[in-house]
Design a binder for this molecule. Structure first.
Ligand SMILES: Cc1ncc(COP(=O)(O)O)c(C=O)c1O
Length: 386
């Protein structure tokens, strides 16, 4: 891929931001925790939002605002698979989509599989929808993480009604391969279970990542699955509130259509306008430049850890801007992010919040400049050298 890397903003500009990443800790802390990125907005998004502000276009999102079609085209261009826009609905964010879709497909008390270490809010969203979390950890092969298909099938056989898949996976950055996704779909089909595939990080997957949209991998996948997608991670739009729920069968599309109208009315209008611009072809070059920057940062993190924190365990993620790092060899306790923030003044996400496999780990947000990433790992290096 030939794009030159997108440049992240300098620290003094970023410190003027008022989002959670920049206002949770003091000015002496480098924030590499919450999943916001440090790049300038894609130009098409900036113009769309400026125009909306100029017009005072701050009302409700209309029922069919065209985002399903724009996303279908994006998915076809980027992943070679075109969902049917008639089977896509919008809502305000991926976590709300997860809760509402789950609520529609399970009964109170049903078990729902998650594959830790995994995005912490899944552990709250499942009970919010009435479900009970059933953890089937990822398998660590020594060189990669993979779904434990046999373990998941055992959970289905024992009564679990659904699984919340994370693909690409947060925090490991794993793009689950087609064969394991197809095996998961067959297992779900055999037991009448539903797969909800959280693909919020998918726009950050390039052709080499191995990412495949779950709904595209087999007929079973189309029958058993829903996908949840959003421009919010790749384009840093989380505060604007817009996500999509995608079905690939008539039966699952009917589930989405039967959700209360309010679920769709919660779509943020700025989120909708920004997402239309994000998924449009005119933002492809910006996205390719972002992907180039993230590829460099993944390699840079490996080099920095090898030099400054040599006992850290790190595998380059397949996709995304999150990296899962094992620092247990340093004896910094069950939750090393606490000591790292206190002593090194770097805020990382807390490994234990991700469930089984999280002790002794931290999640590092590499969606930033090489300068900030280097400063952060050098600071941790001082701690490691003590
Ligand atoms: C896997 C995953 N799902 C969902 C979310 C939250 O998305 P939203 O803000 O759209 O609810 C995140 C945020 O980082 C995430 O990483």
């Amino acid at each position: 891929m030939s794009s030159s890397p997108l440049q992240a903003l300098p620290l003094d500009r970023l410190r003027q931001r008022s989002s959670a990443k920049w206002r949770t800790y003091g000015e002496d802390v480098l924030p590499l925790f919450v999943a916001e990125t440090d790049f300038p907005l894609a130009p098409a998004i900036e113009s769309a939002l400026l125009e909306a502000v100029r017009l005072g276009d701050t009302g409700y999102t209309p029922p069919d605002a065209g985002l399903g079609r724009v996303y279908a085209d994006f998915s076809e261009r980027r992943f070679g698979w075109r969902p049917d826009p008639a089977r896509i609905r919008s809502t305000c964010d991926v976590m709300m989509a997860l809760v509402e879709v789950l609520r529609a497909v399970i009964r109170p008390g049903d078990r729902v599989v998650v594959t830790p270490p995994v995005y912490p809010p899944f552990f709250d969203g499942i009970p919010e929808a009435g479900g009970v979390v059933d953890a089937v950890p990822l398998r660590d092969t020594g060189s990669a993480w993979e779904l434990d298909i046999e373990g998941i099938e055992r959970a289905f056989a024992a009564g679990a009604r659904a699984i919340v898949l994370c693909n690409p996976h947060n925090p490991t950055g794993t793009a689950h391969d087609r064969a394991s996704l197809a095996a998961l779909a067959s297992a779900a089909a055999r037991h009448g279970a539903v797969v909800i595939s959280d693909e919020i990080h998918a726009p950050l997957a390039d052709a080499e990542s191995g990412f495949a949209p779950f709904l595209s991998v087999s007929d079973d996948a189309a029958r058993v699955g829903f996908a949840l997608v959003s421009a919010s991670k790749a384009f840093n739009l989380a505060g604007l509130k817009c996500a999509l729920m995608v079905a690939a069968s008539e039966e699952k599309a009917a589930v989405l259509r039967a959700l209360p109208d309010e679920v769709q009315w919660r779509t943020g209008h700025f989120g909708l306008l920004a997402s239309l611009a994000a998924f449009a072809p005119e933002s492809d070059a910006w996205l390719d430049a972002l992907l180039a920057a993230l590829r460099e940062n993944r390699r840079l993190l490996g080099a920095l850890l090898a030099e400054h924190v040599p006992l850290a365990g790190y595998r380059e993620p397949d996709a995304g801007f999150l990296a899962w790092v094992d620092v247990s060899a340093y004896g910094w306790g069950e939750n090393p992010a606490v000591l790292i923030r206190r002593e090194a003044r770097v805020a990382l996400h807390h490994g234990p919040l991700f469930g089984a496999g999280g002790a002794g780990h931290v999640r590092v947000n590499i969606g930033t400049s090489p300068e900030i990433l280097t400063d952060a790992i050098e600071r941790i290096g001082v701690l490691a050298a003590r």
